[in-house]
Design a protein around this ligand. Structure first.
Ligand code: NDP
Ligand code: MG
Length: 390
């Protein structure tokens, strides 16, 4: 029996993970499930899967969670400290699928107890890549990628010598606005940005796909996870979303990973690794797709890609600044305080204001200093939005 925990169980990745676990209940012993506001889902899944503990991130929801779990043997807990405690309970495999920087501390706790961490929460590598890698190494833990592009790179590199890798190409669908005239983007609404042409995902990552901030985070994630240099990492728009990444080798060959746009492939690969097991994903009908298209992204349309290159060069705390500014800019866009293209302006301004001191940027990363920088960058983003709107 594999002991598993799912952080962010009520979200899109969390529910896909539960779908796979539910199909093989005798193989898994569920330790902790965590969620946020969706108490009904959290409690129902925890009871069905016989979890040891169910945790909501919000302490005001503890009475609701207790009520929903009444009569079951599942323990109820709430708040950030409880999330970290649950993530640190002995488990073989932990899915990290909380959205945003809130996923960092629980992910570190899982690594500290030596678990294999299936990492969907790209923000933890963006904000604190060296800290995550160091923590995994020190505790003989392992991180497996779940982001589809990074799972694709990982799979394409099996059996290869990483020194022979010359380049890596991650693909992007181009999101909701890939065919919109550039001039119309500033008037794009939250509803328009929240629909993805190919993937069904949580709202925040869907909007990040339209702005390409998701791809920007993924470039940094690839740098931190695989230690590629910034100039080895390329992005191509690929509207069909079936080639997730390509790895190029020194002899000119490219290994492409091709799969359906269904996150259960990457989740299942991480769940069963190092084996492969049958998964409930549709077989790709390449004849029906017919043509695969690739084109270079237009940098004027997607300033996030340029900003990601700056962060990949700076490293250190600049990733925490970038991610927190992006998260706040997204909050302000969703709340209607700023327009779609203003998100780029806010993030760039926060980066300019907070990454001036190279020594500060290059401090050894600890959870404390990353959290402090995250907080500062959020305040700075709020300040920039206030200045723009006054
Ligand atoms: P969702 O928004 O669907 O789910 C997020 C999960 O995190 C939910 O369980 C939510 O709880 C919980 N949550 C929200 N805020 C907090 C908080 N402050 N503290 C603790 N838990 C919180 O997101 P996705 O599943 O789409 O994405 C999860 C992660 O996976 C992200 O990092 C994303 O970038 C990454 N990812 C997602 C992909 C996808 O296909 N969806 C693909 C690749 C990567 P509740 O809903 O109960 O409030
Ligand atoms: Mg991805």
């Amino acid at each position: 029996m594999k002991r598993v925990s799912i952080l962010g169980a009520t979200g899109s990745i969390g529910q896909n993970t539960i779908d796979l676990i539910r199909r093989a209940p005798t193989h898994f012993d569920v330790v902790a499930l965590t969620g946020g506001r969706n108490i009904a889902q959290l409690a129902a899944d925890a009871v069905e899967l016989g979890a040891e503990v169910a945790v909501t991130a919000y302490d005001d929801l503890l009475p609701d969670l207790r009520a929903a779990l009444a009569g079951s043997e599942v323990e109820a807990a709430a708040d950030g400290a409880a999330l970290v405690e649950a993530a640190g309970r002995p488990a073989h495999w932990v899915m990290s699928a909380i959205v945003g920087a809130a996923g960092l501390a629980p992910g570190l706790a899982a690594l500290e107890q030596g678990a294999t961490l299936a990492l969907a929460n790209k923000e933890s590598l963006v904000t604190a890549g060296p800290l995550m890698i160091r923590t995994a190494r020190e505790n003989h833990a392992r991180i497996l990628p779940v982001d589809s592009e990074h799972s694709a790179i990982f799979q394409a590199m099996v059996g290869e010598d990483s020194a022979a890798v010359s380049r890596v190409i991650i693909t992007a669908s181009g999101g909701a606005f890939r065919d919109w005239p550039l001039a119309d983007l500033e008037r794009a609404t939250v509803a328009e940005a929240s629909s993805h042409p190919n993937w069904a995902m949580g709202q925040r990552i869907t909007i990040d796909s339209a702005s390409m901030f998701n791809k920007a985070l993924e470039m940094i994630e690839a740098r931190e996870f695989f230690c590629f240099t910034p100039d080895q990492i390329e992005v191509l728009i690929h509207p069909e979303s079936v080639v997730h990444a390509l790895v190029g080798f020194c002899d000119g060959g490219l290994m492409a990973h091709v799969g359906p746009p269904d996150m259960r492939h990457a989740i299942g690969y991480a769940l069963h690794w190092p084996q492969r097991q049958a998964l409930p994903v549709e077989a790709l009908d390449l004849a029906a797709i017919g043509t695969l298209n690739f084109r270079a992204p237009d940098v004027a349309r997607y300033p996030a890609l340029r900003l990601a290159r700056e962060v990949m060069e700076m490293r250190g705390l600049s990733g925490a600044v970038f991610n927190a500014a992006k998260e706040r800019a997204l909050d302000h866009f969703i709340a209607g305080h700023i327009g779609f293209t203003d998100m780029n302006v806010v993030v760039e301004e926060v980066l300019t204001r907070l990454t001036r001191d190279p020594e500060e940027m290059n401090a050894t990363l600890t959870l404390d200093c990353v959290s402090r920088m995250d907080h500062l960058a959020r305040q700075c983003a709020d300040q920039v939005v206030t200045e723009r709107n006054s």
